[in-house]
Design a protein around this ligand. Structure first.
Ligand code: NDP
Length: 317
């Protein structure tokens, strides 16, 4: 471990709605928070278009613009916002150690974890090979590149349904690959998909290989588990929308988490099993996963960090 270069009262990890809201509260409480953004400053909402369900924006707002507002508000109260990635932590003692970008060591009295979640992939070799060259986990970010073309999207939840209808507006044809014989998405979303003429739903179908010419995607091989048939769909874009994984790997061995990696907090609080370490947002929420609930838990984490520090100071006085 490198030499400790800095000590902070409150270190916030992550820059989605949870992290920035925690920063606003912590900064206003004079905790002088330092926030590390992670590799996607602004988090998942920077990869979306319209956000229509965040209170306070009656006309809706674009995701990246909303996150810019969050950032400015956190900055306005003095949050020290830094681009950087936390590569490991050591929660042994009352002072927590955090390693940034594998070389910088910071110690902190309190840590607020707001690392969010990331898209899941199918795990095919060809999917990895063509990632960024026709394969994407974000239709809203990359759909534009496939204007007027034929594409496929995998998944049967609300995200897949929403992204399929989004793509249908841009693309000539959208093949939606559903692995079971039914959707998981809400009825309203499914209704919309089934009533979009240029979406073709392939039930009981799984992608087995993304095909390409070495540079770009040219097709996808699919296998229908009911008919046992294999066929190739001619497509130029392949989208994956099969859910998310919480970004909590660096906390393994330190913090309690469930079998899928979601951090476990004490009911009704953001407290983890380590004193002074709080978790908020999607990293600890597999139920609601909304920007507004993430922001709400971010606020809770900052208030709890503030109380924790005040109690510690009181005990030492
Ligand atoms: P979900 O976990 O809800 O759905 C994931 C889907 O991917 C499931 O249908 C699952 O299939 C499928 N899947 C998983 N692994 C594979 C695989 N290897 N191959 C093929 N298919 C696979 O994730 P979402 O991202 O869709 O949604 C997450 C949460 O966010 C949900 O609560 C959702 O309601 C919410 N949401 C709400 C929106 C809205 O209200 N506007 C928009 C987007 C999301 P199976 O069903 O067979 O398990």
């Amino acid at each position: 471990m490198s030499e400790v270069t800095e000590h902070v009262h409150c270190l916030i990890i992550g820059s989605g709605p949870a992290g920035y809201t925690a920063a606003v509260y912590a900064a206003r409480a004079d905790l002088k928070p330092v926030l590390y953004t992670g590799i996607v400053p602004g988090g998942q909402l920077t990869q979306t278009t319209d956000v229509e369900n965040f209170p306070g924006y009656p006309e809706g707002i674009m995701g990246p613009e909303m996150m810019e507002d969050f950032r400015k508000q956190a900055e306005r109260f003095g949050t020290d916002i830094r681009f950087g990635y936390i590569t490991s932590v050591d929660f042994t003692g009352p002072i927590h150690t955090i390693i940034v970008d594998e070389h910088k060591t910071i110690t902190a009295d309190t840590v607020i974890i707001a690392t969010g979640a990331s898209a899941k992939w199918l795990g095919l070799e060809s999917e990895q090979k063509y990632n960024g060259f026709g394969v994407s986990a974000c239709a809203v970010c990359d759909g534009f590149f496939f204007k007027g073309q034929d594409v496929a999207i995998v998944g049967a939840g609300d995200t897949a349904a929403e992204e399929a209808t989004y793509l249908a507006k841009l693309c000539n044809k959208v093949h939606l690959l559903v692995r079971r014989d039914e959707f998981r998405a809400s009825k309203a979303m499914v209704h919309r998909v089934l009533n979009t003429p240029n979406i073709e739903v392939h039930y009981t179908s799984q992608a087995t290989e993304i095909m390409g010419n070495g540079q770009t995607v040219t097709g996808v091989k699919i296998f229908n588990s009911q008919t046992q048939e294999e066929k190739v769909l001619d497509i130029t874009g392949f989208f994956v929308a099969i859910g998310h994984k919480p970004n909590t790997d660096i906390f393994k061995g330190w913090l309690d988490m469930d079998e899928t990696g979601y951090l476990i907090t004490k009911a009704g609080t953001t407290q983890t099993n380590i004193e002074g370490v709080f978790a908020c947002g999607d990293a600890q929420d597999k139920v609601y996963r909304q920007a507004v609930t993430a922001a709400g838990t971010g606020c809770m984490a900052a208030l709890e960090a503030e109380r924790y520090l005040a109690a510690k100071e009181h005990a030492m006085a």
